[in-house]
Design a protein around this ligand. Structure first.
Ligand code: UDX
Length: 447
């Protein structure tokens, strides 16, 4: 009989994973403790912006006309525990308030709530990004709490999906990594992932700590790559070089590769910043802090980018103070194709300028509602054109396609001064300069 799957936590990761499992043909129950989330998902709607996810939900959520009905949602732990053979735990592990370490309270609470109801054999699969060593600890706790005792096993299966590409990354992963302690657990996970594996996704079987580490080290490597190119941007600015050409030339070396070498205002979001910090904190606990001191530098290069953009904006409005100056900010999400504003470099820059007296107006294609909630005192406009109206300087801080398609002539007609700072090196300098704009980007010569 086909495996039945539950997915605990229906945020970014969980909602996508649940829908993808239904797409692969499994019967799925998604569980969350937030009633609004469950109600939204039951209507086949997505509580965040993620291309393709709402279509996938509407295709499978029970009760929606024409849907397969393979996907249901509940708030009832007993129902979920009774239903599933495999329970994926997909809850959040945010950064602890005021500390580098990650907050494991949601994972621990989810594991405990589930465990109490596990009366039959089951495989619990952790997907959340956790400090190395967590799986070992959780496995012991599950065995202690679950009425089925040793019949309940744990596996760790990190998730590498990117926001904006979540559906595709889940259905066609670059690799599937499973940390297991038994052949039985491996067999079950091979069954769950049979389709992507048949389509070519590598399936890597390892132990708990390695599986946990694959995720944190992958994100550390990506963060390091971005900070490396941003460090080169600093040097380029000092030496009069062009970091975009430099990255292009570096990328032709296959060993380096072209990806994640886009210099600009740096990385943000709910993953890279908190993951490198949590990794450093955990290494410290393990007595291996020296191994990761370079991540401190990665973090500080990254944070410096935001301050540097503020300084470039100050220069652009004539140096001195922002008081009485209008600053248009194009972009609020931490990256394009997402409405996520967690640790968004764009909003951080906007907030700093606002605090220094600038009159800031922000526009983002999808991130406005979240931005308004997080930074209610900033000014907002409903279109890019309205945001730049009368502005002394325009900052391009999240590289949406909509901004690449903007007409420099049309914007030039409404702006106060035609001065554009490209914080993502994503716009075409020639196009903007041809329309009479002063175009300046990070790590590139001024003109
Ligand atoms: C990341 C990892 O890519 C993913 O594998 C993991 O599962 C979760 O964390 P995500 O946070 O969705 O995914 O975004 P990602 O596409 O990695 O971008 C992160 C940040 O880096 C964004 O703010 C982006 O603008 C920035 N970035 C990315 C750069 O500044 N330069 C680049 O070259 C690439």
């Amino acid at each position: 009989m086909a495996l039945k799957i539950t997915v605990i936590g229906t945020g970014y990761l969980g909602a996508t994973h649940a829908a993808a499992m239904a797409e692969l043909g499994f019967e799925v129950i998604g569980l969350d403790v937030v009633p609004e989330k469950i109600e939204t998902l039951r209507r086949g709607e997505v509580p965040m912006y993620e291309p393709g996810l709402d279509e996938l939900l509407r295709k499978h959520v029970a009760g929606i006309e024409g849907a397969t009905g393979r996907l249901r949602f509940t708030m009832d732990w007993a129902e979920a525990a009774d239903f599933g053979d495999v329970h994926f735990v997909c809850v959040n592990t945010p950064q602890k308030h005021g500390e580098y370490a990650c907050d494991m309270s949601y994972v621990d609470a989810a594991m405990e709530s589930l465990a109490k109801h596990l009366t039959k054999p089951a495989l619990v699969v952790g997907k959340s990004t956790v400090p190395v060593g967590s799986a070992e600890r959780i496995a012991a706790r599950l065995a202690e709490l679950a009425p089925a005792g040793g019949e309940v096993e744990l596996a760790w299966n990190p998730e590498f999906l990117r926001e904006g590409f979540a559906v595709n990354d889940t259905l066609h992963p670059d690799r599937i990594v499973v940390g297991v302690r038994s052949e039985r657990a491996e067999k079950i996970l091979r069954e769950v992932y049979a389709t992507p594996v048949a389509e070519g996704s590598p399936f890597i079987v390892t132990d708990f700590p390695t599986a946990e580490l694959v995720k944190t080290s992958a994100n550390s490597f990506l963060a390091t790559k971005i900070s490396f190119i941003n460090a080169m941007a600093e040097v380029c600015e000092a030496a009069g070089g062009d970091v975009v050409k430099l990255a292009e030339a570096l990328g032709h070396d296959d060993r380096i590769g072209k990806k994640f070498l886009r210099a600009g205002i740096g990385f943000g979001g709910g993953c890279l910043p908190k993951d490198i910090r949590a990794f450093m904190a955990r290494a410290g606990e393990l007595g291996a802090d020296q191994a990761l001191t370079f991540l401190r530098e990665v973090d500080s290069i990254n944070m410096r980018r935001r301050g540097h953009m503020v300084e470039l904006a100050r220069e652009a409005v004539g140096g001195g103070s922002f008081l009485g100056k209008r600053v248009a900010v194009l972009g609020a999400a931490f990256k394009p194709d997402s409405d996520d504003v967690r640790d968004s470099p764009a909003l951080n820059v906007a907030g700093q300028i606002h605090l220094q007296g600038g009159q800031v107006t922000v526009y983002d294609p999808k991130g406005m509602a979240n931005a308004r909630r997080l930074f209610p005192t900033l000014g907002y406009a409903d279109t890019a054109e309205d945001a730049v109206r009368g502005a002394d300087v325009v900052l391009h801080l999240t590289e949406w396609q909509e901004f690449r398609d903007l007409d420099p002539e049309a914007l030039g007609a409404v702006v106060g001064r035609r001065v554009l700072l490209d914080g993502r090196n994503a716009l075409d300098p020639e196009r903007w300069r041809a329309a009479g704009w002063t175009y300046r980007a990070m790590g590139r010569p001024a003109a």
